[in-house]
Design a protein around this ligand. Structure first.
Ligand code: ADP
Ligand code: MG
Length: 344
């Protein structure tokens, strides 16, 4: 049975459902142009869970908002690159076309739930609108579907709560509502930006299970942005590590935990338990690395991590490392990758 499932999962993962190509997103600020996302590319396969990790400010949320067409402009703009989804380049679509996609085939769970719910509409109204529109259900079918989704994210008394408004919910409950909405139309791609950060450990585990179940049942591909390497170990097939707006390492999750090819990733993983030995989800936050990300308005010419890196040499400060294969299916941007010690 497990073998069969593996085969199905593998077959699914051949089709690319989302391709980000050389994405560049910048913001005009008083200090100059901040290159928040600077040449990021990746492919997401059907049914795959791709984790994006990196310290705060590395460009993870800007990457996801760029994909969704939700960069506030001004001050922001997509300055280059393409986002290919369903045969279209999303960066060229009108707001109207993007709206039709969002919530149906392409769905996102935001870090901050309040920003994406309308305070003057009942939760029921907000939940059923998309369901009716995208799944073609009538009002009572949509209501039943909304209730079943609310049950799946463990919201007590869903019939009652449908009548209530966002301010009547706690932050954790609202986040669960957002997750229920995002998953209610079986999207092809779900982008989850630190979806469980605000939730307690038990609920967090439930939500993650639910996302996995969605993937297993419907083949939804998930981009999971997280701070928690325990979550990565448990959930992801593949991992991208971002630093100062760029991708600095990418590998299958087992390969990345076995051996890191970039000093930044080594720093992030720090004293973590090995893959498979991770404890409770939630106790494996990223390590603190001494130093800070360079200002995005004034980036050094060489490796952006060089100021904080034990291995940095003159070449690192002068020349930006090429993002390239260091082993089969394992990529990194570091001049000294091969010299990094194998993890014990
Ligand atoms: P994270 O990896 O923590 O999600 P973000 O993608 O939110 O990081 O942000 C990356 C950087 O983009 C920020 O540090 C900031 O410099 C810049 N940025 C994001 N949003 C804005 C904005 N609305 N205006 C100006 N700069 C922004
Ligand atoms: Mg973020």
């Amino acid at each position: 049975m497990a073998v069969m499932q593996d085969k199905v999962a593998h077959a699914r993962q051949i089709e690319t459902v989302l391709a980000v190509e050389n994405l560049q997103t910048e913001f005009k600020t008083k200090a100059g142009t901040a290159r928040a996302v600077d040449g990021v590319s990746f492919e997401l396969k059907a049914g795959e869970i791709l984790a994006i990790v990196g310290e705060s400010g590395s460009g993870k949320s800007v990457t996801s908002l760029s994909i969704m067409g939700l960069i506030p402009s001004p001050p922001g703009r997509i300055a280059g690159g393409r986002v290919l989804f369903d045969g279209k380049d999303l960066t060229t679509l009108s707001d109207r076309q993007l709206q039709d996609l969002r919530g149906a085939d392409l769905s996102m769970i935001f870090q901050e739930p309040m920003t994406s719910l309308n305070p003057v509409l009942s939760i029921g109204r907000q939940m059923t609108e998309g369901i009716k529109q995208h799944l073609g259900m009538n009002s009572s079918q949509a209501r039943e579907h909304a209730i079943s989704m609310m049950k799946r994210v463990s919201i007590p008394a869903p019939e009652q709560r449908l009548k209530e408004f966002p301010h009547q919910f706690s932050g954790g409950m609202l986040q669960r509502i957002m997750i229920a909405i995002a998953m209610s139309c079986n999207p092809k791609v779900l982008i989850a930006d630190e979806p469980t950060t605000a939730l307690d450990v038990t609920i967090q585990a439930q939500i993650l299970d639910l996302m996995k179940e969605l993937r297993d049942n419907t083949g939804t591909a998930i981009v999971l942005i997280t701070h928690d390497m325990g979550v990565v170990a448990e959930m992801a097939d593949r991992v991208i590590v971002m630093y100062a707006g760029q991708k600095i390492e990418e590998a299958r999750v087992e390969d990345l935990f076995r051996r890191q090819r970039h000093p930044y990733t080594i720093g992030l993983l720090g004293a973590l338990p090995k893959l498979g030995e991770a404890g409770e989800v939630g106790d494996t936050e990223l390590q603190e690395i001494p130093g800070v990300v360079p200002p995005l308005t004034d980036l050094p010419p060489g490796c952006r991590f060089s100021d904080r890196c034990h291995f940095a040499t003159a070449k690192c400060r002068a020349e930006m490392p090429v993002f390239e294969a260091k082993a089969p299916d394992h990529f990194a941007a570091c001049w000294h990758s091969d010299a990094l010690e194998t993890q014990p």
